[in-house]
Design a protein around this ligand. Sequence first.
Ligand code: SAM
Length: 345
Amino acid sequence: MAASGKLSTFRLLPLPSIREIIKLFRLQAAKQLSQNFLLDLRLTDKIVRKAGNLTDAYVYEVGPGPGGITRSILNASVAELLVVEKDTRFIPGLQMLSDAAPGKLRIVHGDVLTFKVEKAFPESLKRPWEDDPPNVHIIGNLPFSVSTPLIIKWLESMSCRDGPFVYGRTQMTLTFQKEVAERLAATTGSKQRSRLSIMAQYLCNVRHIFTIPGRAFVPKPEVDVGVVHFTPLIHPKIEQPFKLVEKVVQNVFQFRRKYCHRGLGMLFPEAQRLESTGRLLELADVDPTLRPCQLSIPQFKSLCDVYRRMCDEDPHLFAYSFREELKQRKSEKKEKEDNEESHRL
Ligand code: SAM
């Protein structure tokens, strides 16, 4: 690695523009793969600036495509940039960037949903969780169909401190469909408040930093795009297993317009539903007539803590699924009807 004085003056060697690279390698966006490219380097620079100070940082870019954000990251005096791209068509263009930034860009042809970034960077970067975040950053503009499952996967990794979080409280700057970005950052009582708001905010400081109009992308997507920054919290606001929090939150929001007791009731088998829901709400000190979007994170914490105690008392409770029960009842009913039909024949 070069000395940091040199890094701070680093500039990419002259290169064709992203538009020229797209032409040169015939990189038409695959619409069915939701490939929308950012060609405006002022915008890609802005995304990278908002990611924080990247001097000497190790950066993992997900889905670099033709390399607009990649260039801005390389210009930010990073120590190393690792990019993971699924579509082989982009590799030669990225290779060109790598040649212009010798020793800085590592290109992997792979899938970000399975790539093991925990093995990719030097061990020496690891910081205790309670310390300041490590000098490791994740940045990316992925298709929306990938960014939402990926953030859910990474939130779970964050709760277990594995995957990208073996290095410590790794910060992430990622794009989402604007509505999803708003949901991720929505505060108590707002109409965008949803399952994603709670799952993200109990684990991270979430900031919807800015919105990029759809017209800035080529080709233009139907929607605008939100850039969201995540910094993992030292102390999660709910200290229960991710799957337990997810179950409580999912149940509450499945009836988002009803009082919260309706969704919470579905955590319990029908025979005990009324009594157990009452007990849960009373012990958690939560008003049953609040709507899901009105529940604060401390209220979710109380609900999760009490539900955990109830699961510890009844070992079958956590495995109970209202949807499974419904499915089973339907299939029993069908079997009964089929039997009756065959008796009649
Ligand atoms: N980051 C580039 C930009 O801003 O111009 C490209 C954005 S385009 C919306 C998304 C990119 O992610 C495409 O290059 C696509 O091939 C890549 N991609 C999609 N799914 C991926 C996956 N599972 N793993 C790695 N790359 C993926």
